[in-house]
Design a protein around this ligand. Structure first.
Ligand SMILES: *Cc1c(COP(=O)(O)O)cnc(C)c1O
Ligand code: SF4
Length: 466
């Protein structure tokens, strides 16, 4: 240890403080820096788009990409023809419809389109597709099985998930609700969860009839797509129910089209009204959003979250852990710190649901455990997300660490959920291509499948508490 007399520095506290904590470089403050300026202008179709136009949510919606032809018109010669062909085939095979906002299009690095974390989430390319895991199903979370009314899932004791509609401002390739969200595709015919006042009325009647329900997640689809009067109608109906104490409007909008918060005052006022009514009634009304990568947060997101802060609206984030998107310590830490800095509380990071057609995006439970170790301690505890696995089959969200069994060779983890479905066990399966050779070999042999599952269940039952 260096003392001040040895180093010849003047006596005083400053020297001691410096010895304990060396000064930080710019690198350590990187989470504060976000994309500034007219970043969209490098996209050929947006070269002449001014800030006012780019901030218009109607312009964003009108110019969203939903067909390969429109992609070509937007990007022109930024990517080679081979890429367009790959995308066209990707569109044909995808279980989800495609819709990408200009806001997102402008954030993709088209010179490295295959590796780009935002491209990977929204634009399917056939050449990177991997076969689905043999244990994967279309409604992997069993949301329809736990639904007393179509579009209302009552799984947990005191909270329920209400899906008032089935459209979103963008469609994520990896959507858990590909069973219902968006128009039918070549691959999937969707369960119908359209805007329908009668279906809503049934959901409200059910919610009112269950005194244990205190907490409603209004998701979808995406609350961004609800008209202001619909936001108010749903929000006020629920917030006035004596049993209801907490409401969350779930929208990926803030992440993929923050423009709306700035250019659709009627929508924002409708949300604000519900929040304020809630405050009067001592009930919490918040927004839950969905940023997955730190680059998704631009100056426009900052303006939007500032506006929500000014109105006293709490925003929390639920991210999905995805391979090649946010599965490194560096990217996940940056995401968590950037969100926290701009008043978006990182709430959850989910291991990827077992969704069709996105095996390239899934990663392992062990990756989630590793990342959590590095993220925890890097910032405020209340801005540190819980890493969860939404247990396939309807077990609900479980802390990834709480498995009764986890075998990194077979990739099988087993969870129990004593407060949700006592006595049952739930399994999650790591993607096969990330397993060690021994595990891949066992999955290559169908005769081994049930054996692996049985081994996992036997071990889990021996360990399980509850
Ligand atoms: C995620 C979810 C909720 C809310 O759960 P929290 O852990 O409180 O965020 C409620 N119902 C269903 C069906 C869900 O999937
Ligand atoms: S915004 Fe949400 S509901 Fe809509 S496609 Fe994406 S993940 Fe699915």
């Amino acid at each position: 240890m260096t003392t001040s007399s040895e180093s010849g520095a003047p006596e005083g506290g400053a020297e001691v403080i410096e010895a304990l904590k060396p000064p930080v470089g710019e690198e350590a403050l990187r989470h504060r820096e976000v994309v500034e300026g007219e970043f969209w202008k490098r996209i050929p179709a947006y070269a002449d788009v001014d800030t006012e136009t780019f901030l218009s949510h109607t312009w964003q919606a009108r110019n969203s990409i939903n067909k390969p032809k429109k992609l070509l018109k937007t990007l022109q010669d930024m990517v080679p023809q081979s890429f367009y062909d790959d995308v066209a085939e990707g569109f044909r095979r995808a279980p989800m419809s495609v819709r990408v906002s200009p806001s997102l299009m402008s954030l993709i690095n088209w010179n490295a389109a295959y590796e780009d974390p935002i491209r990977k989430q929204f634009i399917p390319v056939a050449s990177r597709c991997l076969p689905d895991h043999p244990k994967l199903g279309l409604d992997s979370l069993g949301e329809q099985a736990d639904a007393p009314v179509p579009g209302l899932t009552h799984r947990y004791h005191d909270k329920a998930l209400f899906l008032p509609l089935n459209t979103c401002p963008v469609y994520c390739r990896f959507c858990t609700r590909s069973y219902a969200i968006g128009p039918n595709t070549d691959q999937v015919e969707k369960a119908s969860l359209r805007v329908n006042k009668e279906r809503w009325a049934k959901a409200f009647a059910y919610i009112q009839s269950r005194p244990e329900l205190e907490d409603i997640v209004i998701s979808g689809g995406d609350a961004y797509q609800l008209r202001p009067e619909q936001i108010e109608y749903i929000g006020m109906t629920l917030v006035e129910m004596p049993n209801i104490r907490r409401l969350r409007f779930a929208t990926k909008g803030l992440a993929i089209m923050p423009q709306k918060v700035l250019s659709d005052p009627e929508w924002l006022d409708a949300i604000t009204k519900v929040v304020e009514r809630g405050r009067k009634l001592h009930k919490e009304v918040v927004i839950h959003t969905h940023f997955n990568h730190p680059d998704e947060f631009t100056w426009i997101s900052r303006e939007a979250t500032n506006k929500l802060m000014e109105r006293g609206i709490i925003v929390r984030n639920q991210a999905v852990l995805q391979r090649g998107v946010n599965d490194t310590v560096d990217t996940m830490s940056l995401l968590v710190r950037r969100l926290g800095y701009y008043n978006v509380q990182p709430y959850y990071v989910y291991t990827h649901d077992m969704v069709k057609g996105v095996e390239d995006l899934r990663t392992t439970v062990s990756t989630a455990i590793m990342l959590e170790k590095f993220v925890r301690g890097s910032t405020a505890g209340f801005n540190t997300p819980t890493f969860v696995c939404d247990a396939p089959g309807g077990g609900g969200k479980r802390d990834v660490h709480s498995f009764e069994h986890y075998d990194r060779v077979t990739g099988i983890s087993v969870y129990t959920a004593p407060a949700v479905k006592p006595g049952q066990v739930f399994m999650y399966f790591d993607p096969i291509h990330l397993l060690p050779a021994e595990g891949r070999a066992r999955w290559a042999d169908p005769a081994q499948h049930e054996l692996m599952v049985q081994e996992a269940l036997d071990d889990a039952r021996a360990n399980a508490v509850g």
